[in-house]
Each structure stands twice: as structure tokens, then as C-alpha cells.
Design a protein around this ligand. Structure first.
Ligand SMILES: *Cc1c(COP(=O)(O)O)cnc(C)c1O
Length: 401
């Protein structure tokens, strides 16, 4: 067998496909990383145990207990670090726990954090139920309307963003926002779930931390809950590691395997999500009942130029605003859909619809409308069937729209 070409020369899709491939033994071996399930680790002798412990506390990624994760976890971490271009990854039991980990690792009593108003809404619950109790102040701001520099305080430790934002997909100028924060010694974390880590690499644009709900596109099959945090430096890895250990976070090897399996097809799935979502977004734009379609890949979207600059593609999330409908009529429209499931979450192969709650929309400063919004996740079905389903729902709910 000829030697493999140097990894750096390979394109990212190729690296993603081969990341973590197990070495051959006796001339043969499996394609896939084995699922190494364990609660504990055995050592040859006490000296080996002490050596492992020492190396681990010095920051090396060796396991001395099941909670630290073994080969399957390592393979997934390496693949995600390769994808996001960071220094180290942390695997958590859900996307929300990944967010909470970052907040708890970086914020102490008396600290101030600036959080973009369009972020994944349950972060506000972490703030109101946990951070406030710890004497940490979170201030929500509009990253497109407010001047970031004037919001920074001497005790600001964290700038927390999400681009595009949840629900309305507002694209942020991440390089500009990060530059201001970094000038003031403020760490920048951003939620990168929308892009799956494939269409957007925030660490190369100035962010220090990229967070993903692997529950969504990395899993891709609606069968996994998982969060991933990637940091850009050993200093941040040490901070995250301390909190991660203190919180006793870990994931099961089977879940690490599922995420790794999802990663292998991430590029092809996302390309198809984009094709289907673009077709649906263009259809929605032509509907008289629709006043606005939120999808950064549309040339009419206000974030289109930034999206083109900082992203290599768009995901399957499309929201739209009705021109006149009442919330009840928007619900009737969603109820009239036959192919779309009604539900939260997204990122799987299947299409979903959700009527957005008005209180969630009002949290976004860029929101100026007052008509109801429906969020669609466009899955991998034939887009002609999705469009036909939407068309029949518009017709069915027509009197109310
Ligand atoms: C779903 C989601 C999360 C949370 O992920 P869970 O695994 O459901 O906890 C975080 N951020 C964004 C942008 C999400 O869409």
C-alpha cells in the first residue's frame, strides 16, 4: 500500500470522511472507529496509573477514567476540531448543556456578559435561573443596531453571538464584532449550529469559541442529543476543562459514534438541504399571502452580502412572515400541512414546521413586523413534494390568510 498523502493537502470533505480511521492490525481492520464503552480504565501498574494522571492534569488528553471518554470520543473530538479549525473540543449531553458549560466556565460573580438578542432562546432561562443567582449580569443587545464598544464595561468578560440568529436568521458581522471584543480582552463565543460547522468556521473569523448542537445537522437523523464546544487556545481549553470536570459532564460512546457517523455525510446532506430550502424559499417569495421570507441565501435578504462573504452555503431553515394572518390562521396553515411534521428542533432528514411564538420574535430587535411567522426546516424529501404540500396548505387555509 502506498503512503497516504499528507493530511493538510486534502480538502475538508476528504479529511472529514477519513478522520479517526482506525489503524490496521495484522494487515486488516474495520473502516469505522470502534465503540469503546467503559466506565473505567485499567492500568498495567501503579506507575502507569500515576503517569496517566500526571499527563492528564498537565492538559494532555489521556483517559484515566470512563468519564474522560476513550477512543470513540477522541475520534469525534478530532474530527470536529478538524472541521472547525480549533484547538480542542468538548462533548456534552445536549446543545443547551454546551452553552451552559461555556457560560459557567467563563463567568464569575460580578462579571458582565453581552449576549446577542437573537440567540437560541433557552439561554435566557440559564441566565434567569442560574447566572443571576450567581451574581452574573447578562445584557442582551442588538449586534446590528447597537454600538458594541459603548456596551462594553470594565467587567465584561464574554461576547456571546449566534449567526445567523435563531428564528429570523439575521447574519452578523462576526469579524467586526470579534475585533472590537478582542481589543478589549473580551472572549467571543458563537453558536454555529445553523451551519453544522461545514458552511462557516467562526474561529477563522475572530471568534474564540464555537458551539454546536450536534443534535441538529451533525447527527442529521433526529436520533441524538449532543453538544460540542470547540475552543481556539490551550488557555481556553484549560478553563473549559475545569468546568467540564466539575460539572461531571460526559457523553456515552454510542452517542459519540452516532455523531461521528453523522459527520461523514454532513457535506452531502447540507448541500441537498440548501438546494431544497432554496427552492422552497423561492416558492414562498411568490405567494401573495407571504410578506417576507427569511433565508440569507436569497439575494433579497438583508444579510445576503455578509452571508456570501463569511459562509460557503445555507442550511435548511427558512422562516416566513404572513402578510395579514392572525396567529390562529397561521396555526391553521401549519395544521393543514401533511408532509411536514409539527415540532421543535431541526437538522434531521425530515421536514418540520413550527409557528413561532410572538414573545420569541419580540426578543429580536431586528423584528419589526407584527404578523405571525412560521419556521420551516426543509428536509431531504423531493422539494416538489414539499412545495406541493405548502401550496395545498395555502389553499386550504386561504380564507383565513
Ligand atoms: C437546538 C439548538 C440548541 C440546543 O440544542 P439541544 O441539543 O436541543 O439542547 C442550541 N443552539 C441552537 C442554535 C439550536 O438550534
Amino acid at each position: 500500500m502506498t503512503a497516504a498523502p499528507p493530511r493538510k493537502r486534502l480538502h475538508s470533505a476528504t479529511r472529514l470522511l477519513h478522520a479517526g480511521a482506525p489503524a490496521l492490525r495484522d494487515g486488516a481492520g474495520p473502516v469505522n472507529v470502534p465503540v469503546v464503552r467503559t466506565s473505567t480504565v485499567r492500568f498495567e501498574n501503579t506507575a502507569a496509573q500515576a503517569d496517566h494522571h500526571h499527563r492528564r492534569t498537565a492538559g494532555e488528553r489521556v483517559a484515566s477514567y470512563g468519564r474522560h471518554g476513550l477512543d470513540t470520543h477522541r475520534a469525534l473530538e478530532d474530527a470536529v476540531v478538524g472541521l472547525e479549525g480549533g484547538h480542542r473540543a468538548f462533548l456534552t449531553p445536549s446543545g443547551l448543556s454546551a452553552i451552559t458549560l461555556v457560560l459557567l466556565a467563563l463567568l464569575s460573580p460580578g462579571d458582565h456578559a453581552l449576549v446577542a438578542d437573537g440567540v437560541y432562546a433557552p439561554l435566557r432561562r440559564v441566565d434567569s435561573t442560574l447566572l443571576q443567582r450567581l451574581g452574573i449580569t447578562v445584557e442582551y443587545f442588538s449586534p446590528t443596531h447597537d454600538d458594541l464598544a459603548s456596551r462594553l464595561r470594565p467587567n465584561t468578560r464574554l461576547l456571546y453571538l449566534e449567526s445567523p440568529s435563531s428564528l429570523l436568521y439575521e447574519v452578523l458581522d462576526l469579524p467586526a464584532l470579534s475585533a472590537v471584543a478582542r481589543d478589549h480582552g473580551v472572549t467571543v463565543a458563537t453558536d454555529n449550529t445553523w451551519s453544522g460547522g461545514w458552511f462557516h468556521q467562526p474561529l477563522s473569523l475572530g471568534a474564540n469559541i464555537s458551539i454546536q448542537a450536534a443534535t441538529k445537522y451533525i447527527s442529521g437523523h433526529s436520533d441524538l442529543m449532543q453538544g460540542i464546544v470547540v475552543v481556539d487556545s490551550p488557555a481556553l481549553a484549560a478553563k473549559l476543562s475545569t468546568a467540564y470536570e466539575a460539572l461531571g459532564l460526559t457523553i456515552g460512546a454510542d452517542d459519540a459514534y452516532l455523531a461521528l457517523r453523522g459527520l461523514r455525510t454532513l457535506p452531502v446532506r447540507l448541500a441537498q438541504h440548501q438546494r431544497n430550502a432554496t427552492a422552497v424559499a423561492e416558492f414562498l417569495q411568490q405567494q401573495p399571502q407571504v410578506s417576507r421570507v427569511f433565508y440569507p441565501a436569497l439575494p433579497t435578504d438583508p444579510g445576503h452580502a455578509l452571508w456570501k462573504r463569511d459562509f460557503s452555503g445555507a442550511s435548511g431553515l427558512v422562516s416566513f412572515e404572513f402578510r395579514h394572518a392572525t396567529p390562529a390562521a397561521a396555526n391553521a396553515f401549519v395544521d393543514a400541512l401533511r408532509l411536514f411534521g409539527i415540532g421543535a428542533s431541526w437538522g434531521g432528514y425530515e421536514s418540520l414546521a413550527l409557528a413561532a411564538q410572538p414573545e420569541r420574535l419580540r426578543e429580536h430587535r431586528q423584528w419589526t413586523g407584527d404578523a405571525p411567522v412560521v419556521r420551516l426546516h426543509i428536509g431531504l424529501e423531493d422539494p416538489r413534494d414539499l412545495i406541493a404540500d405548502l401550496a395545498q396548505a395555502f389553499a386550504d387555509a386561504a380564507p383565513a390568510l
